[in-house]
Design a protein around this ligand. Structure first.
Ligand SMILES: [Zn+2]
Length: 121
């Protein structure tokens, strides 16, 4: 979070820490603090993202297997999809996209995500 919040008591800049479920705002000057529920930004992101494969991708057998699994297509349909100008591999929200993005990166498969996707594992 890049928001700068000020202490309601002394107007000092609050520090912000969180774990998976709790967020703590704390004033280092006077000790004021508040605990709130933390929702990771990725879970608040309700946009639909689309993963496209790079044009003229010629995947190796193991990569093709991965692409077929992600897209839910069989090998022949997957190859047909790869021949298209815009080979849409997958569409989903930010949370759905992350594991697929990670897998594609691990297997060295070139892709782009529309719109811009800013989450990392
Ligand atoms: Zn304070």
């Amino acid at each position: 979070m890049n928001m700068e919040a000020k202490c309601p008591d002394c107007a000092n800049i609050l520090t912000n820490t969180h774990d998976d479920s709790t967020e703590i705002w704390k004033c280092s000057n006077c000790g004021w603090e508040v605990v709130t529920t933390y929702t990771p930004q990725i879970q608040q992101d309700t946009k639909d993202y689309e993963i496209f494969l790079m044009k003229n991708l010629s995947p190796e057998a193991n990569q093709l297997r991965t692409l077929a699994r992600i897209s839910g297509l069989n090998f022949i349909e997957t190859k047909r999809m790869l021949a298209l100008d815009d080979s849409l591999l997958f569409k989903g929200n930010a949370v759905d996209i992350l594991p697929i993005k990670t897998q594609l990166e691990q297997e060295d498969i070139e892709f782009r995500i529309m719109p811009n996707y800013n989450y990392e594992n």
